[in-house]
Design a protein. Sequence first.
Length: 271
Amino acid sequence: MAAGPHRISGVASTAIKGILESPGTGVVLGSSSHAVWLLVDDSVVVVSTADATRLPNGIEIPVDAGSDPFGSIQHGAAVALSDGRISFTGLTVEASRWWDARPALPATTVEALAGAIGSLSSDVPDLDGARLRAALAGASVPGLLAAAEGLLGLGTGLTPEGDDYLAGAIAALATLGPAVGSVKAGAMLAGAATPLADLAVDRTTTFSAALIHHAQRGEVAAPAGDLLRALAGRGDIAQSHGALSRVGHSSGPALAAGIILGARSLVEWEG
């Protein structure tokens, strides 16, 4: 990036609109060629390039990673936020458009959802999801929390594989649950809300804990939203499942499997 101040507009998630529009400060937690992530109070905000995955807590700028937009940003640097803008030293990113990270799903039936899932797998190779499957099968909040203890932080990277699997299942309950009119889904999410958020903070990365928090509210990365919409009858299931499964090394496949697991649980409860 050329030296000197630079301003660029981006597309931001409505999930972080309040954070971006309120005066505040943050600190850079880390960066890569594709993204820079910030800690703002107890929230994580991500600025990412157009060739990265659009995240529920992010703002996407219309340049690719090859242009090195974040090369001058240092770990630990202070940033300022206000009026929809994030101001780094030498760079200001401004939200000019918004997208909703919580996919709007039409009402559907458990029969239609069962058909949509078909033979899609709810398992992740080399990840033992038995406790989570059992907890969801029994609609057990204590079981869900016990399963979360074993999954959170399991794996490597900013979003460990166990986190992604759990987040997918939670997001499915939060979005597909209302679509099929599931009372159990709402009760499980409400009962687990605070203790699950606390577990995530204690057991996994700050970045990943933030995504778990968004999943609890039904806010997901764009490819996950596409799969959830397709399962509710709006979109191509094979295409959206394949696209999500290609995200990252393990994150996309684990997130997709978790979504299918959550959807299967709804079918079992309500069928």
